[in-house]
Write a protein that binds this ligand. Structure first.
Ligand SMILES: [Zn+2]
Length: 272
């Protein structure tokens, strides 16, 4: 196992982004003994309507740690203010060092066209680091990588300049409850801030058990979205019968700035 153990680095801008976009595959990797690291590029300290600053950042770090523990992966937050991420040279250097230290086989990233500036600049920073991680004279005191990792984008619904166009779709039916468990750890988000911001706070029940039931129901359509809109890719991957039966999925699109996402790479990097 040690030889084939994959190293998967998932980036989000905020502490809960990785869970929404790749929580299912992360649980699948972890179950097979692969190493997954979730990184939130900001500390999440703007994601609430009643608290902020250091108190919120600490609360969100604790939530992220709990989520990581739920499936046995590491979850780290960079101490950059939420809502203020910029694709600076300083942050690019940080990203290069971070990628070199973890030595991922696979990186997951948001796309650079997205409603949230932090999401856009997270994507930009990963793109800016993508080639430079192999250049010895860039950030010279950290050991460069000999080969680029494969980079994939996680799914979204934005249409301009072009809609998300997946190269593969992974069924997450077996781990869908674990994905909800991950999200359930982000109490400040899924039960407080997001409902407040989306004006559905009155729908959220009180009490841990009742709200977990509500969250499972609330997330159902969203977790079905990629299974329904990319059914043909599920059938191509799992065969006619199994592909049609998939209910929940996560989808990924190769980024052309990393190593190429060939059929062979897909087989090696998505072994489920
Ligand atoms: Zn976010």
């Amino acid at each position: 196992m040690a030889e084939q153990r994959l190293r998967v680095l998932v980036f989000g801008a905020h502490p809960d982004d990785c869970d929404f976009t790749a929580g299912g595959v992360a649980a699948l990797y972890a179950r097979q003994g692969h190493q997954v690291l979730f990184i939130s590029v900001t500390n999440g300290d703007a994601g609430h309507h009643e608290v902020g600053g250091a108190r919120l950042a600490q609360r969100r770090r604790a939530e992220a740690t709990a989520a990581g523990a739920m499936i046995g992966i590491r979850y780290e937050l960079l101490d950059i203010h939420d809502g203020e991420l910029l694709p600076t040279l300083e942050n690019r250097r940080r990203m290069i060092e971070l990628i070199r230290t973890f030595r991922p086989d696979l990186i997951m990233s948001p796309r650079p066209n997205d409603y949230h500036p932090d999401h856009r600049y997270t994507a930009q920073l990963i793109q800016d680091a993508a080639y430079m991680v192999t250049v010895p004279n860039a950030v010279a005191f950290s050991k460069h990588l000999s080969v680029d990792p494969v980079i994939v984008y996680v799914s979204d619904t934005f249409k301009r300049p072009y809609p998300f166009t997946p190269d593969l779709v992974v069924a997450i039916d077996d781990v869908v409850e674990q994905k909800v468990d991950l999200l359930d750890c982000h109490i400040s988000q899924v039960y407080e801030w997001l409902p407040y911001n989306g004006r559905y706070l009155d729908q959220v029940p009180t009490g841990p058990a009742a709200r977990r039931v509500w969250l499972r129901q609330y997330m159902d359509a969203r977790m079905r979205r990629d299974a329904d809109r990319y059914r043909d890719l599920l059938i191509a991957r799992y065969g006619e019968q199994a592909g049609r039966a998939v209910r929940y999925a996560e989808a990924f699109e190769g980024c052309e700035y990393g190593a190429p996402l060939t059929e062979q790479n897909i087989g090696r990097l998505f072994p489920f």
